[in-house]
Design a protein around this ligand. Structure first.
Ligand SMILES: [Zn+2]
Ligand SMILES: [Zn+2]
Length: 189
């Protein structure tokens, strides 16, 4: 059943992530390689880490015309910035993700979740965004063996030294110890 076009809003050709497929001329088998550097979109990340807005994203893409549309595949590399999940120090690293998306010419061939071309234009931002969010580490760490923070006092264990520890006193004995301390000033350490 022919449905009304889902593309109610037309893509803005000036948007950096909107790519023209004009060169492919809708001829199946036509291919084009391209390398691009694009500014990262805003709000791309999870709680602890993400790609900073406007950071340089390096794309290595292959656009290929197929019967139903244009197949985009390739890789994207982007810098990451965030916080160590254990010690809260700043963390910076890099991420590389694989991209693959078929952009359909017509929504008659496509299902609800599929991407569509808007004329000769496609918007690669949602594809990039989804790939990055899936690949982000849930608990980024500044280094694999980051010792994190002391659960008792919150001091950074890497700086506090190996002998940092607290005398553990069972809450039930704490009040008794108070009594002993009152009586005995020569309390052992
Ligand atoms: Zn850390
Ligand atoms: Zn401590």
């Amino acid at each position: 059943m022919p449905s009304e076009s889902r593309m109610t809003q037309h893509l803005d050709p000036r948007s950096p992530w909107v790519i023209s497929t004009h060169d492919l001329g809708k001829r199946p088998g036509t291919m084009r390689q391209m390398t691009l550097t694009l500014p990262a979109p805003a709000d791309l990340g999870v709680d602890m880490i993400g790609v900073p807005k406007d950071a340089e994203v390096e794309l290595d893409l292959r656009l290929e015309a197929v019967m139903e549309g244009v197949l985009v595949s390739g890789t994207a590399q982007a810098p990451l910035a965030g916080e160590c999940a254990r010690c809260l120090d700043p963390v910076s690293s890099e991420i590389e993700v694989d991209l693959q998306e078929l952009f359909f010419y017509s929504d008659e061939d496509a299902s609800e979740e599929d991407s569509l071309l808007d004329g000769e234009l496609l918007d690669l931002e949602p594809t990039f965004r989804d790939a990055v969010v899936l690949a982000l580490p849930l608990s980024p760490v500044c280094r694999e063996d980051c010792a994190g923070l002391c659960t008792e006092c919150g001091v950074k264990l890497a700086e506090a030294g190996d002998d940092h520890r607290h005398e553990k006193i069972d809450a039930r004995w704490a009040s008794l110890q108070g009594l002993i301390t009152d009586k005995d000033n020569d309390q052992e350490k």
